[in-house]
Design a protein around this ligand. Structure first.
Ligand SMILES: Nc1nc2c(c(=O)[nH]1)N[C@@H](CN(C=O)c1ccc(C(=O)N[C@@H](CCC(=O)O)C(=O)O)cc1)CN2
Length: 283
C-alpha cells in the first residue's frame, strides 16, 4: 500500500483561487494589499523562496515590494529598512527572510517589525498572543501544516503528534497550534536531546519532521497508517533532501512530500496573513 499524498502545490492553488476575489474586493475599496520582503545576502535557497513569494503575489493581485540587501549590511542599515516599511502605507505586511547572515541579530530585527505588519507571525507579540490564545497572525509553516491536514481530513482530535525539531519557524510554534481546543491533539516535541526518537515517532498518529537532517525518519520508525509531513530540507550535492526517507511512502497513510508539500503551503499562508491584515485595516 502507498500513502495518500498531501499535495501542497494543488492545495496552494486552491487557496489562491479563494484569495483572488478577496484581494479584488480590497482593491475596489482602494486597499490593494502589499507584501514586502527583506532579503539579506545571496543564499540560493532564500533567493528562490523570495522569488516564489513575489510570483505568488502577482498571481493573486497583491502588490509586492522587494528590499534586497548585501550580505555585509549592518544591523543599523537593516533596521532603517524595517523602519521605512513600518511607515510605508503601500506595505500591508512584510517578512524578514530567514536565516540571516551570522553577524546580524535576528531577534531585535523581528521585534522591530510593527506587529500589525507582521506577515510571518514571528514577532514576539504575535507569538505571545498565540500562547495566550488571542487573535494574531500565525507563523506560516505551522499554519500551512494544519490547513493541509484539515483539507485532507486527517484527524487531529485526540491524535498523538510527534514534532521533530525545535526551531522557531516550525517546531516550537506548531505545538501551540495543535494543542488549541480546536485541534485537540497531544504533542511531543522531540529534539537532539530526545533519548529514544524511534519510539516517540513510532507511537505517533502524525509525524512532523522539521529537523533539517536528511532521511532522519525511516520507514521502520513510522506506525503503519500514520500521517507524515516532511518539512525539513537540506541542500546536498545530489540535490534537495527532506527529513523523511522515500521508503516511508510504503508505510504511512498520508505523506506530505518535500518538495511539493509544506513549502507551497507556507507561501499560501503568507498571502493569507497579508490579505487578513488588509481586511482588518479596512475594518
Ligand atoms: N521569514 C521566514 N523565513 C523562513 C521561513 C518562513 O516561514 N519565514 N520558512 C523557511 C523557508 N520558506 C519560507 O520562507 C519556504 C520554504 C520552502 C518553500 C517552497 O515553496 N518550497 C518548494 C520547493 C522550492 C525549491 O525547489 O527550492 C516545495 O517545497 O515544493 C517556500 C518557502 C525558512 N525561512
Amino acid at each position: 500500500m502507498s500513502a495518500t499524498i498531501l499535495d501542497g502545490r494543488a492545495t496552494k492553488d486552491a487557496i489562491f483561487d479563494e484569495l483572488r476575489p478577496r484581494v479584488a474586493r480590497l482593491a475596489e475599496q482602494g486597499h490593494t494589499p502589499g507584501l514586502a520582503t527583506v532579503l539579506v545576502g545571496d543564499d540560493p535557497g532564500s533567493q528562490s523562496y523570495v522569488r516564489a513569494k513575489h510570483n505568488d503575489c502577482a498571481k493573486v493581485g497583491i502588490k509586492s515590494i522587494r528590499k534586497d540587501l548585501p550580505a555585509d549590511v549592518s544591523q543599523a542599515d537593516v533596521e532603517a529598512v524595517l523602519d521605512e516599511l513600518n511607515a510605508d502605507p503601500a506595505c500591508t505586511g512584510y517578512i524578514v527572510q530567514l536565516p540571516l547572515p551570522k553577524h546580524l541579530d535576528a531577534g531585535p530585527l523581528l521585534e522591530r517589525i510593527a506587529p500589525a505588519k507582521d506577515a510571518d507571525g514571528l514577532h514576539p507579540i504575535s507569538l505571545g498572543r498565540l500562547v495566550l490564545g488571542e487573535e494574531a497572525p500565525l507563523p506560516c509553516t505551522p499554519r500551512g501544516i494544519i490547513e493541509l491536514l484539515h483539507r485532507y481530513d486527517v484527524p487531529l482530535n485526540g491524535a498523538q503528534v510527534a514534532v521533530v525539531g525545535r526551531g522557531i519557524t516550525v517546531g516550537r510554534p506548531i505545538g501551540l497550534l495543535l494543542t488549541r481546543r480546536s485541534e485537540n491533539a497531544t504533542v511531543t516535541l522531540c529534539h537532539t536531546g530526545t533519548k529514544d526518537l524511534a519510539a516517540e515517532v513510532h507511537r505517533a498518529d502524525v509525524v512532523i519532521a522539521a529537523a533539517g537532517k536528511p532521511h532522519l525518519i525511516t520507514a521502520d520508525m513510522v506506525k503503519p497508517g500514520a500521517a507524515v509531513l516532511d518539512v525539513g530540507v537540506t541542500r546536498t550535492d545530489a540535490g534537495l533532501a527532506g527529513d523523511v526517507h522515500p521508503d516511508v511512502v510504503q508505510v504511512a497513510g498520508f505523506l506530505s512530500p518535500n518538495p511539493g508539500g509544506v513549502g507551497p503551503m507556507t507561501r499560501a499562508m503568507l498571502l493569507t496573513n497579508v490579505v487578513e491584515a488588509a481586511e482588518r485595516n479596512v475594518g
